[in-house]
Design a protein around this ligand. Structure first.
Ligand code: ADP
Length: 496
């Protein structure tokens, strides 16, 4: 079976797309020789089919990753690890336009956003390349006749399960710290968006990583994903996705070999606008907070709380702004919002819109599909949303904003924290004291002040409450991929 197909994107023209599984630096078709279709969400047409990995392929990938961990990868110095990771960043940069185009094609995000993602991918990988030879332990002064030190060691074979909303960026967030700290990887991409990760895997090989250090399986959650979380020879699983799947991964980890678990899960983030905010700026950031990536962002600012003094003015201006977001062909350079990723997601979001209508919220704009082909949904604004409504409590993962009014700081802190989630939040105000007080009071892993969605690889990202366990990015992520060994050396004689 051919393990590549010739595809085309409007930006790059023809290119060769790998479709195999990437195990031990080889492209293979998978033990069961199964394939699944990849859909273009903008046209609902099949782009191609890719090989599907199942439990048996996960076993082969884990064996390759284990062998590399015990032999070649362990034998390489941290400086050489750094050089390989930096080379991978360079190759991603060289192929940036292709990676962005494939991302747009498969995920439906606009080419402008995809280019932004790829820039962040390069930055993230390069950043962790810089860390590889700067991971240090401590010496501990315990007693004159002892010499004690800690040694951060890699965890081993890491399973990494990523979602479809930022296929390449989530790959980068996961492989960067894992490789820098000397682990090996079995990654599963999301079944909706396998293409860009496959192109990226080719770059891993080109960079010269030893076989087995990075393995990539395209496949489904219930089969390949579940096989990773339950595997007896995977030492750690890192997952980004829905809270419900996060729970099942943690259960499987506990029931198998108690592998370490880090989770980056859902959110229902509050975006708070005070009377004294720069209203023009606030509208722009609130718009970006909810509609960026078509609302398919775990940290999306979905619950918008506006203080009563500016509520009416804000609502009118916000509606006007949201209607200007250009929805359409992901490859058009002016497009801001492309289609939702799949029919399933489209149906879920339309279900939430219906529930908002039934529960008595007011549709200010949108609330329906855009066009008649592709999974496009018009930017939607609900007002009169109360705390008990589903659209205020549950993660919608679409271009649907819920707006409510608040009176004062105390009330909005209560409203903002009234959620099982705690991924992100934002405050818009000109008063520094308000900004700091409210940021401190909000139960969220990231708080933005007078901005939104400005993530950076130097800044840790992760959730309070049911939004997750552990932190990705920054120095903090290194802790997810290392375990400390304490070494105690006795300098004196016997005690007894
Ligand atoms: P969504 O509902 O947005 O598709 P999911 O949390 O279902 O998000 O998917 C995120 C990732 O988790 C995907 O790679 C998916 O295949 C995987 N996944 C889904 N179910 C499971 C499972 N039971 N075990 C492991 N991985 C899973």
């Amino acid at each position: 079976m051919a393990l590549t197909v010739e595809l085309n994107t409007p930006i790059t023209g023809p290119y060769t797309q790998p479709i195999g599984l990437f195990i031990n630096n080889e492209w293979v078709e998978g033990v069961d020789k199964k394939k699944f279709e990849v859909i273009n969400p903008a046209t609902e047409e099949v782009i191609t089919s890719v090989c599907e990995g199942t439990e048996k392929d996960v076993d082969l990938a884990v064996a390759a990753a284990r062998k590399a961990f015990n032999t070649t990868w362990r034998a390489i110095s941290p400086g050489e690890r750094s050089r390989l990771i930096l080379k991978l960043a360079d190759l991603a940069e060289k192929n940036a336009e292709l990676l962005a185009a494939v991302e747009s094609l498969d995920n439906g995000k606009s080419i402008t956003l995809a280019r932004g993602d790829v820039g962040a991918v390069i930055g993230c990988i390069r950043y962790y390349g810089g860390w590889a030879d700067k991971i240090e332990g401590k010496t501990l002064d315990i007693a004159p006749d002892m010499f004690n030190y800690t040694r951060p060691e890699p965890i081993g074979v890491c399973g990494q399960i990523i979602p479809w909303n930022f296929p390449l960026l989530m790959l980068a967030w996961k492989i960067g710290p894992a490789l820098a700290t000397g682990n090996t990887i079995v990654m599963k991409s999301a079944e909706q968006t396998p293409l860009s990760a496959l192109v990226f895997a080719g770059l891993v090989k080109e960079a010269g990583f030893p076989p087995g250090v990075f393995n990539l399986i395209s496949g489904f959650g219930k089969t390949a994903g579940a096989a990773i979380s339950a595997h007896m020879d995977i030492d750690k699983v890192a997952f980004t996705g829905s809270t419900i799947v996060g729970r099942s991964i943690m259960k499987a980890a506990a029931a198998s070999n108690l592998k370490k678990v880090t989770l980056e899960l859902g959110g229902k983030s509050p975006n708070i606008v005070f009377n004294d905010a720069d209203i023009e700026q606030a509208i722009s950031w609130v718009n970006f907070g909810i509609y960026y990536n078509h609302g398919q962002t775990c940290c999306a600012g979905t619950r918008i709380f506006v203080q009563e003094g500016i509520y009416d003015k804000f609502l009118e201006a916000f509606k006007e702004r949201a209607q200007k977001n250009k929805v359409g062909d992901p490859f058009h350079h002016e497009t801001f919002q492309g289609p939702q990723v799949s029919q399933l997601q489209f149906d879920r979001i339309m279900g939430y819109i219906q529930s908002g209508k039934e529960e008595g919220a007011k549709v200010e704009i949108g609330g329906e599909r855009h066009g008649d082909k592709g999974y496009f949904i018009k930017p939607t604004v609900f007002s009169n949303v109360t705390p008990d409504m589903k659209i205020m409590r549950e993660e919608i993962f679409g271009p649907v904003a819920a707006i409510a009014k608040f009176k004062d700081e105390e009330e909005v802190i209560r409203m903002g924290n009234d959620s099982n989630y705690g991924l992100a939040a934002a405050v818009h105000t000109r008063d520094l004291n308000t900004a700091i007080r409210v940021s401190n009071a909000l139960q969220a892993g990231t708080v933005w002040v007078n901005c939104y969605n400005l993530l950076h690889h130097q800044m840790p990202f992760g959730g309070y409450k049911e939004s997750g366990i552990g932190r990705e990015l920054g120095e903090a992520a290194l802790a997810n991929y290392t375990q400390n060994k304490s070494v105690a050396i006795r300098l004196g004689g016997a005690l007894f």
